[in-house]
Design a protein around this ligand. Sequence first.
Ligand SMILES: Cc1cc2nc3c(=O)[nH]c(=O)nc-3n(C[C@H](O)[C@H](O)[C@H](O)COP(=O)(O)OP(=O)(O)OC[C@H]3O[C@@H](n4cnc5c(N)ncnc54)[C@H](O)[C@@H]3O)c2cc1C
Length: 374
Amino acid sequence: MTIGGGVLFKEIFDPLYNAGKELQTGACPCVSVLGPTLGGGLARYEGLHGLITDSLLEAKVLTGRGDIVTASRTENADLFWGLQGAGFQFGVVLEAVYEIYDLTNNGNIVNADYLFEPTDNETLYQQMKEISTAIPAELSLLSLIYYDKTRNSVRHWRQFPISSTNYQQTMIMLNAVYAGSLEKSNELLKPFLDIGYIQSNVSETQWNIMPYLAGFSAQGPLCEKDKVRSLFSVGLKEVNVPNMVSIFNQFYDFHKQYPDAWQSTYELGIYGPQAVQKIPDDATAYPHRDINLHTLPSFQWEDRSIDEPVNVFGKKIRDQTAEYSGFEKLRLYVNYGHGDEDPESLYGAHKLPKLRELKKKYDPNGLFSHFNPF
Ligand SMILES: Cc1cc2nc3c(=O)[nH]c(=O)nc-3n(C[C@H](O)[C@H](O)[C@H](O)COP(=O)(O)OP(=O)(O)OC[C@H]3O[C@@H](n4cnc5c(N)ncnc54)[C@H](O)[C@@H]3O)c2cc1C
């Protein structure tokens, strides 16, 4: 598949599906294909096909030197290596070629969303911990702490398909996407179903439609433009259940104290590691193949007078989660960076010397240093 530098995921779902093909893609249709690719690219189906960047075959790049070069494993291979994890540091990718794959299970998938009582968060995180050690490649799971309420009486994702409820409190939901049968999906998810959910939306659907349905159609508000957002992500080796319960309780209090920030959420995502970890660490600039789960606290608010307390809270839960991450120091996916993390935590200390050499070679004047510079 050959695409231009600004193509969005939503523009490739149908053409690929109609051709009987698929690509591991990001969770939201509004994001570009190259944005995630150049940072690594976390994706449903990464258990099957690796990170999004692992499917990149070739890129045409306008470099910081002002020339246009082709990069692949055989041509300008040093630049190609750097594109796969720190790609936005060297220039603009004008065009990219990807390996694509035959549709898994003929493109038939299960999208299953479950809403749980807030008091069940500990049991849910316990099950997340257990499944994270042996998650099948065909399954991906995202849990989300969020505040459930309707907005301006308009039908909204917090309502969808929950049309008659408005819990007005912090809740927790689980989204599961499984590239297989409903029967097998139910079998895999049984430990979660046994917790006892209060709402569900389960459908057998197609690969190209799933991103619009997943998480009770969560992509809608996440894709809204012109919002103040702040991320405080941490990569995890394992789930520390007491830490997650503490985070849930703090979010509960935070939502109460700052109602203006009610759209702030906390995501914990697990994708199968199989195809990601099959690729050697030194094959690409992406440094985090051993991160098994990604947390993504995403704060959203409008009243700018609460900027400080929101960011103080975000940093507090980032520090706390890093302490229980299973890694010695903070590590996180560069595209989920807040902007104040040190380059080692984003790019890996072992990758930085080579990345800095590449920077000197392809962007000597630092034209492309606006995003998480090193
Ligand atoms: C709703 C939402 C969902 C997300 N889900 C995922 C996910 O599932 N997986 C994941 O890995 N990430 C995800 N992200 C994070 C995403 O990877 C980053 O936000 C990324 O920077 C978005 O790229 P963009 O091109 O869409 O955005 P833009 O704001 O247009 O670009 C952001 C930056 O990306 C770089 N960039 C983009 N295109 C090019 C190019 N052609 N050449 C050079 N540099 C380029 C530039 O530095 C640019 O400033 C998500 C983000 C959002 C907002």
